[in-house]
Design a protein around this ligand. Structure first.
Ligand SMILES: NC(=O)c1ccc[n+]([C@@H]2O[C@H](COP(=O)([O-])OP(=O)(O)OC[C@H]3O[C@@H](n4cnc5c(N)ncnc54)[C@H](O)[C@@H]3O)[C@@H](O)[C@H]2O)c1
Ligand SMILES: O=C(O)CC[C@@H](O)C(=O)O
Length: 526
């Protein structure tokens, strides 16, 4: 049975799902060295923001197949190191969107009405109504930095509260911003005009210290800033100084450059600053959502199925996966088949999307084809994550083409492999949406479902040849399950596809090629 390590607190709903397919150990609060010591025993690691998965940990995780982040941000995982090792990294892109957006909005209202400090003063026995006079958000301007999932929800609620909406997000179109009711502006203008600035961007080299002494200086002295995205997007020292010097009115932070927050000037600030210990995703609902979302993906990957929200599989979002899943299985099967027909080292793989398939994203199908192609060489070491890298390292050139005019089947996929021993091609389609059929081998039309053990021959179409091959295989106790011949012209060249019950015993392939009229024979195991 597989083993899963859960190294941060995860909702029981997730543990229950993992337990369907694995032994689950929950060990929270491990130091890095402790994690390195035990990670080698596990097939999967499930984390929240508390575990930093470094390259060293990934190197020590010799059995690891998947790292699941029960949340959005994967900045605590060395994703490139995981990709190099073929480890799938998954997250829950939407499970805590509402929780994080509501936390940011709660921070905004708490800042404007001094709720935390007013509450503390009443609990101390005071009744001070003058100190805590607040400001309304109605008709004020909110500047949203990052108009993605969380930023958009903040926008919708802020709009309902009667706020004017500005947004800065260089990757969002004006049309999308308009739909949300936001005016897209540059960062400078947003910093100058907004009464409340709220950050909803990932932490990247470009966004690190995006908010610094210079940008803070552009804010109105009455303006406040909220960060429920990632620590390090704001320069904390510059922020503390700006508040102390009265250059801005306040800040609310849920995330910090270093967590837990240690010694910091931020902690000495008064009611102008609200600090929470990374609580954005901490609602019962969000924790159930992310735990189920990520645990299901870990379960699927451990069962050999693809994950719906892998961050390191190119082009494979949940929507794409849903649509292309059966075609990815087709691509993998064809890749495996053409790789075995090609025999030697493959130098070029041409992937052609035909018919209706031609309008789809090709990248996931290319990855699946390469996974199949490399299966004979790498077995379980190749997966959707590292297939591209492995192919590149082997010098395999990939050519992608499309031909929407092919209409034999609704959609079909043709793979052609050229290598040291020549060129072979296979085409396949889905019948009844899921059933894979081979529709062409080396240019000869056939229509057979692939089976585990197969023999293909290239022969002359002449009387008696099928009988001779059948007798030969029978004399070696090889049972034929099905057989089909594909030819272009009568008595010309033809291809025979046989499904056999067991692997072809050693030495028989050579015997097959001795049959008069048979030029070539191949055996494959899929
Ligand atoms: N505090 C928490 O507990 C908590 C919970 C959930 C998410 N988060 C964090 O919130 C952030 C946003 O999450 P999301 O789900 O909305 O992500 P998202 O990917 O849906 O949206 C991010 C947006 O930021 C934009 N963006 C990227 N780089 C930018 C840049 N340089 N300048 C301006 N915009 C830029 C993108 O175009 C995108 O629209 C992430 O950092 C995530 O880790 C925090
Ligand atoms: O695990 C958490 O509680 C925080 C999650 C949050 O930061 C995220 O990026 O999803």
């Amino acid at each position: 049975m597989s083993k899963v390590l859960v190294s941060d607190p995860i909702d029981q709903a997730g543990i229950d799902i993992l337990s369907q397919v694995a032994t689950v150990d929950v060990k929270t609060g491990l130091k890095s060295a402790e994690l390195i010591e035990i990670i080698g025993d596990y097939d999967a690691l499930m984390i929240r923001s508390g575990t930093r998965v470094t390259e060293e940990i990934i190197e020590a995780g010799t059995q690891l197949k998947i790292i699941g982040r029960a949340g959005v941000g994967v900045d605590n995982v060395d994703v490139p190191a995981a990709t190099r090792k073929g480890i799938v990294v998954v997250n829950s892109p939407e499970g805590n969107t509402i929780a994080a957006a509501e936390h940011a909005l709660a921070m905004m209202l708490s800042l404007s009405r001094h709720i935390p400090d007013a509450n503390a003063s009443v609990k101390r026995g005071e009744w001070d109504r003058k100190t805590f006079v607040g400001a309304e958000v109605y008709k004020k301007t909110i500047g949203i930095v990052g108009l993605g999932k969380i930023g958009s929800h903040v926008a919708a609620v802020a709009k309902a509260m009667g706020m004017k909406l500005l947004a800065y997000d260089p990757f969002i179109s004006n049309e999308r911003a308009e739909q949300i009711g936001c005016q897209l502006v540059d960062l400078d203008l947003l910093m100058q005009q907004a009464d409340y600035i709220t950050l909803h961007i990932p932490k990247t080299p470009e966004t690190t210290h995006l908010i610094n002494a210079k940008t803070l200086a552009k804010m109105k002295p009455t303006a406040r800033i909220i960060n429920c995205a990632r620590g390090g997007i704001i320069d904390e020292a510059a922020l503390a100084a700006a508040i102390k010097e009265g250059k801005i009115a306040g800040a609310a932070l849920d995330v910090f450059e270093s967590e837990p927050l240690g010694e910091s000037d931020l902690r000495s600030l008064g009611k102008e600053a609200i600090l929470t210990p990374h609580l954005g995703a901490s609602t019962t609902e969000a924790q159930v959502n992310v735990a189920i979302d990520v645990a299901e993906q870990i379960r699927d990957v451990l069962l050999g199925l693809p994950a719906r929200s892998a961050v390191n599989i190119p082009g494979l979002g949940p929507d794409v996966l849903e649509e292309l899943k059966p075609y990815m299985q087709l691509a993998e099967t064809l890749g495996n088949l053409v790789g075995q027909l090609a025999g030697g080292r493959v130098e070029t793989l041409t992937v052609r999307l035909q018919g209706e398939l031609a309008t789809n994203k090709s990248q996931p199908l290319v990855v699946a084809s390469l996974k199949g192609l490399l299966h004979q060489a790498l077995r379980e070491r190749v997966n959707y994550v590292n297939a591209n890298i492995e192919a590149k390292e082997r010098g395999i050139r990939v050519i992608e083409t499309r031909d929407a005019s092919v209409r034999d089947y609704a959609g079909s996929l043709r793979l052609e492999a050229t290598g040291t021993l020549g060129t072979h091609s296979v085409t396949g389609a889905l019948l009844g949406e899921k059933e894979i059929h081979l529709t062409d081998v080396d240019g000869f039309p056939i229509n057979v479902p692939p089976s585990k053990h197969m023999v293909f021959t290239l022969h002359r179409d002449m009387p008696g040849i099928i009988g001779k091959l059948g007798s030969l295989l029978g004399s070696f106790n090889v049972n034929i399950a099905s057989m089909q011949v594909g030819r272009k012209i009568v008595r010309g060249d033809a291809v025979m596809a046989l499904s056999i019950d067991d692997p072809l015993p050693d030495g028989i392939l050579a015997e097959i090629t001795k049959v008069q009229g048979i030029r070539d024979a191949y055996t494959v195991t899929l």
